[in-house]
Design a protein around this ligand. Sequence first.
Ligand SMILES: [Zn+2]
Length: 75
Amino acid sequence: MSVYFEDIELQDCPYCGGTGCLEEEGGWCLYVQCLDCCSHTAEFAFHSEAERAEAARQAAHIWNMGKVIHSRPDD
Ligand SMILES: [Zn+2]
């Protein structure tokens, strides 16, 4: 499920230049994923609203630093 945080900006995908998108999974973790090539960051778990915002910031931070796992479904 895509989520949006007003104060978080995401750079383009470091691999393909596609759009990065914050995703929430199962109500317990957040990560950033490329809409085009599906590369993604590590997952950041949270247990409260405050931790959720922090997890989103951390995911955005490592995405923007280029610490992104390249996903190649064809391999
Ligand atoms: Zn990409």
